[in-house]
Design a binder for this molecule. Sequence first.
Ligand SMILES: Nc1nc2c(ncn2[C@@H]2O[C@H](COP(=O)(O)OP(=O)(O)OP(=O)(O)O)[C@@H](O)[C@H]2O)c(=O)[nH]1
Ligand SMILES: [Mg+2]
Length: 269
Amino acid sequence: MNPSGSGSATVFVMVVDCVDFDGSFPRTAVKSLFQALERIQDNSKRAKKLPKLVLVATKVDLLPSQVSPARLDRWVKNRARSGGAPKLNGVYMVSSKKDLGVRNLLSFVKDLAGPRGNVWVIGAQNAGKSTLINAFAKKQGAKVTKLTEAPIPGTTLGILRIAGVLPAKTKMFDTPGLLHPYLMSMRLNRDEQKMVEIRKELRPRTYRIKVGQAIQIGGLTRLDLVEASVETIYVIVWASANVSLHMGKIENADEVSRNHVGIRLQGCH
Ligand SMILES: Nc1nc2c(ncn2[C@@H]2O[C@H](COP(=O)(O)OP(=O)(O)OP(=O)(O)O)[C@@H](O)[C@H]2O)c(=O)[nH]1
Ligand SMILES: [Mg+2]
């Protein structure tokens, strides 16, 4: 059965990076997309052609393995709702690298798109769009040119039509990632971006700090505990293992960063 009911639906596959959900969730694009969808919906004659939206949280292999799938599912839906995504046709957690959930997602997208649909893979830079399409192609055993995947945001520069993965008359497009100028990674150079990139399963690093103490997060940022209503607080840092952390007194923190940023405290020079 074709759930789109029309045989040719437009499907947006919105790819979000699990380990940087808020940073990779395309808020502005989602807002304008939904405003456009609402306008279409108001025009009841065209209601059948309503585009479909599938949210894909990718790179689940990087999350700590003890995170339960049900909890993750709830969390993703919550974050998406607060990010402004009202109605989703489907929510999928996948790993293109470890081939988790790719088959299910692909068959869902195929059903939604129907035999002559258009599938647009959209999302923030570096979210994992091209890698996901490559994983689709591999699943299909399609002989298509592999799309370029890279840890550097802004790898795909134009809209690319990918033939041979979905049925003949269905079109699938890879798109350049949307830019989030507020992301810290946008201010780093390529080497630094590679350094902060999360390549292995994330492990939390926990500190117990009191007022007057600071945690230096690589050369990226520093957290000073200036005031607290309790004696100590726990701080959990989720970052690539390549980003070294340092805890100490606030009064010494400037000196620590002067002496060690770029050497022992990496992530930025
Ligand atoms: N561990 C892991 N890494 C992934 C996964 N999917 C993508 N990546 C990595 O994430 C980085 C970005 O992947 P791309 O597919 O190039 O991302 P994109 O969304 O196409 O990026 P732009 O073309 O810049 O918009 C690459 O280093 C990939 O290897 C995944 O499922 N697991
Ligand atoms: Mg790409």
